[in-house]
Design a binder for this molecule. Structure first.
Ligand SMILES: *Cc1c(COP(=O)(O)O)cnc(C)c1O
Length: 379
């Protein structure tokens, strides 16, 4: 590395289990001669995921990916009613899943303080649309931050509108609840299986229905009893998931340290913060910085000139995507504000001390020019 030009720092460096870590699982596949259709490795993975979240294994259903987990879950739990209420401030997969589950996305705003769907705005949307016209509500865990699900469980009980949780990026914090919860095991997520995902169902009956829908609606026979598709995880992907779980105790420690290092690195900078609890109570494979002013684009450009790559993970929200610009929606002022004032920073365990200095110096120089007022998110 030369001292005259800064080194390039990538935003993400996926780390999947290598050949040596996969070997014993691939040998099992060879010996079993079973490659898909819910084979022994998939069942083993489900059992270990169940242990991870402390739930009975009959509530876990593996999936080909996180988007399929959402789509199949919505198909399974939705009631009659045209709309799915969901945030625009999410990865566009959430909206795709709703649409392909036969629901029309209706975008509602999030809270500025924690980027989570606003309960008040959802209740207003239910009134506007009419309770009978809402088939489902989909919540999203913003960049892996844990959500208090109690108010949503209550809403689900009170209105009988099923709630699905997009916890795609929340493997490290996810917990079982009365809400159908979907996790992704994509390469970019903290527990990668290459492609993959799983659902934590509210009970074993719902899990059974979801399972049938991952396999053409078959439930023991070759008769399609439910609408679904093919969302099954292969034995090879289960092998990667199992090897990732073997490495989890080490990985979780390293990512917790990494996120805590990020938190410390910005703690004395004015006007920027991470979400409450980040690097302390929770961690993830992405680190999304919040700014007190809508300067995300300028900050991105400044950091890039210093060799630091960043990503606006959710762009400007789903409604701004051409495919979903036709959708109905409520007021989205906080979504617009968040889109303009958040930035995904480099977050992977290849980052060195000198990378951290380079990133911090680049941020500090930007903040020196722009003089951001304090943000005070945790307050
Ligand atoms: C990653 C992600 C998804 C999609 O998961 P895939 O496994 O890539 O299909 C959906 N929603 C959110 C919030 C995500 O971060």
């Amino acid at each position: 590395m030369s001292s005259s030009s800064p080194s390039e720092i990538y935003v993400m460096r996926p780390q999947l289990p290598d050949h040596a870590a996969l070997k014993k699982y691939i040998s099992q596949i060879d010996a079993n001669g079973i490659y898909t259709n819910i084979g022994p490795l998939v069942l083993k993975l489900e059992e270990r995921l169940a242990q991870h979240v402390s739930v009975d294994a009959d509530r876990i259903v593996s999936m080909s990916n996180g988007t399929a987990a959402l789509q199949i879950s919505m198909l399974s739990v939705k009631k009659t009613g045209r709309y799915c209420i969901l945030p625009s401030w999410t990865f566009v997969a959430t909206a795709h899943a709703a649409k392909s589950a036969g629901l029309e996305p209706y975008f509602v705003d999030v809270e500025f303080s924690n980027q989570q769907l606003s309960l008040q705005h959802v209740e207003e949307a239910i009134k506007t649309l009419g309770v009978d016209n809402v088939g489902a509500i989909c919540l999203v865990t913003p960049f892996g931050a844990p959500i208090d699900l109690k108010p949503w469980e209550d809403l689900q009980d009170r209105t009988s509108i099923p709630v699905v949780l997009d916890a795609a990026a929340a493997f490290a914090t996810v917990k079982p609840s009365k809400i159908t919860t979907c996790v992704s095991l994509h390469t970019t997520k903290i527990l990668p299986a290459g492609e993959g995902g799983f659902v934590i169902a509210p009970d074993a009956n719902i899990a059974k229905d979801i399972r049938a829908r991952t396999n053409f609606g078959f439930d023991g026979t070759r008769e399609a009893k439910q609408i679904g598709g093919n969302a099954k995880m292969s034995e090879y992907h289960a092998a990667i998931g199992l090897a990732s779980l073997d490495a989890w105790p080490v990985k979780r420690r390293r990512f917790h340290e990494l996120c805590s290092q990020w938190k410390d690195a910005v703690s004395d900078l004015s006007g920027v913060e991470f979400e409450a609890g980040f690097g302390d109570k929770w961690f993830n494979s992405v680190a999304v910085l919040r700014m007190s002013l809508p300067l995300g684009a300028q900050c991105k450009e400044h950091l890039l000139a210093q060799g630091v790559y960043t990503r606006r993970w959710w762009s400007r929200g789903c409604l701004q995507m051409p495919a979903f610009s036709y959708c109905e929606h409520g007021d989205l002022a906080n979504t617009d504000r968040l889109a303009a004032s958040t930035l995904g920073l480099p977050c992977h365990t290849d980052l060195t001390q000198s990378d951290f200095e380079q990133m911090r110096n680049a941020l500090e120089a930007f903040l020196c020019v722009h003089k951001l007022p304090p943000l005070n998110l945790a307050a």
